[in-house]
Design a binder for this molecule. Structure first.
Ligand code: NIG
Ligand code: FE
Length: 411
């Protein structure tokens, strides 16, 4: 199958298959006035005047810009119900922590997920994936974590696996067994159940990663270590949530275990930065979460980048703290609230998350030999994309050379 994308005004992309970090995170190559040819999923040419004869798909970019497909390396897309009632409560001044203590918050989503049928969960998941696709996203990491009992988590992982084969985007799956201690559960019993579940998840290869939330309101380092150790033993790689609401020192786990990504990291100290730097561990920042929680606790991205640590950005799409998969708003908040440069932000949403998910060989940049994962945006420059706050400027989302989304005002 041959696809030709004609008349691209500018392609903004990095190159290579590794993390772009430190001062390099701000670098970007620009190809001016070129076409792209994709044959059987892979980019074969990036040059002017590619002939359109004998192509199956011809796309006219009309002089607009192209970026690599966005990689969202932290999402929670499978759950029941919504938390709009809680959002309004929070905006009226009740804190996220207090709502959770009252048995609402995550506990509410657990209830709604565990009482939902397979079909309902599957439909919600597909709807969520369709939303990601509308925002230029071509690969995601998808977590379980809203059942939090053995049978329920296995059910979520099986649904995620069944959809993985039938969605146009690439998906890596994470067992978020250590998400939270459900109200009324005994902590030791709960952890033992996670260890049991991990045996099955590892044996049946139901997930690529294990995840635990290290936080005062979730698990401490000692609890997390027990779960992570077992996860590593059964063959899973590790991503962790930590330091979202306070400095819970989650990065100290990286002294004992390899970690693919440590996520949130709104609070930290030099000791943790040093450990992550030493292990070349990616940090995924999730500023939509702070934006939606209504705090000003944005992480100090400058200090992380200046310490030569690779930074990724992700939506954290979830029913509680981030009911948004708007990749453009994510990029804009990173510019406005975290003092990141626009090239740093694009690298943090493309090549770096691709590497953190083990997809750096295939996607994250627009280069010959990589998949044809490309977003065409209805603007003339990258600067302009950042300027239209919260607006969706995607014109075409292209995955492995096929159009998976085209904006409505396209004729
Ligand atoms: O990434 N931090 C933990 N988990 C989610 C929020 C969970 C929820 O409120 O439902 C997050 O922010
Ligand atoms: Fe999360």
């Amino acid at each position: 199958m041959r696809t030709v994308i004609k008349n691209i005004g500018k392609i903004y992309t990095s190159e290579g298959t590794n993390y772009i970090k430190g001062p390099h995170q701000n670098s970007m190559k620009i190809h001016h006035n070129v076409d792209i040819e994709v044959i059987n999923s892979f980019i074969t040419k990036i040059e002017p005047n590619i002939a359109v004869e004998n192509s199956d798909i011809i796309i006219d970019a009309e002089g607009k810009i192209a970026l690599p497909g966005i990689i969202d390396c932290h999402t929670h897309p499978i759950y029941g119900g919504d938390r709009s009632h809680e959002f309004i409560k929070r905006m009226n001044g009740i804190s996220y922590e207090d709502i959770t203590k009252q048995g609402d918050g995550i506990n509410y989503t657990l209830k709604r997920t565990n009482t939902a049928g397979d079909l309902e969960l599957k439909e919600n998941l597909i709807n969520n994936i369709n939303e990601f696709i509308k925002y230029g996203i071509t690969s995601i990491e998808a977590k379980s974590g809203y059942s939090l009992n053995k049978a329920g988590e296995l059910r979520l992982l099986k649904i995620l696996n069944s959809i993985k084969e039938n969605t146009p985007i690439d998906m890596k799956i994470t067992y978020l067994g250590g998400h939270f201690l459900p109200k009324g559960r005994n902590k030791n019993d709960f952890i033992n159940e996670v260890l049991d579940t991990l045996e099955i998840v590892g044996r049946e290869k139901l997930a690529d990663y294990f995840d635990v939330w290290v936080e005062e309101m979730a698990f401490d380092l000692e609890d997390a270590e027990k779960m992570v150790k077992k996860a590593v033993d059964v063959g899973l790689k590790i991503r962790i949530h930590s330091n979202e609401l306070s400095n819970a020192h989650g990065a100290l786990l990286n002294e004992k275990f390899p970690i693919a990504s440590i996520d949130h990291f709104d609070f930290f100290d030099d000791e943790q930065l040093h450990i992550l730097k030493e292990h070349e561990t990616n940090i995924t920042l999730l500023p939509l979460t702070q934006f939606i929680l209504g705090t000003e606790n944005y992480p100090n991205a400058r200090s992380i980048i200046d310490n030569n640590i690779p930074v990724s950005l992700a939506t954290d799409y979830n029913p509680g703290t981030s009911p948004s998969c708007n990749s453009m708003l994510l990029a804009q908040i990173s510019l406005m609230k975290m003092n990141m440069g626009i090239n740093e932000i694009i690298n943090a949403m493309t090549i770096n998350p691709a590497v953190s998910l083990g997809l750096g060989e295939h996607t994250g940049t627009i280069e010959r030999g990589k998949w044809g994962d490309i977003g065409i945006y209805n603007v003339d420059s990258l600067e302009e994309l950042f300027y239209y706050i919260g607006m969706n400027k995607i014109k075409y989302n292209i995955k492995k050379g096929k159009i998976i989304y085209r904006s409505e005002y396209e004729d």
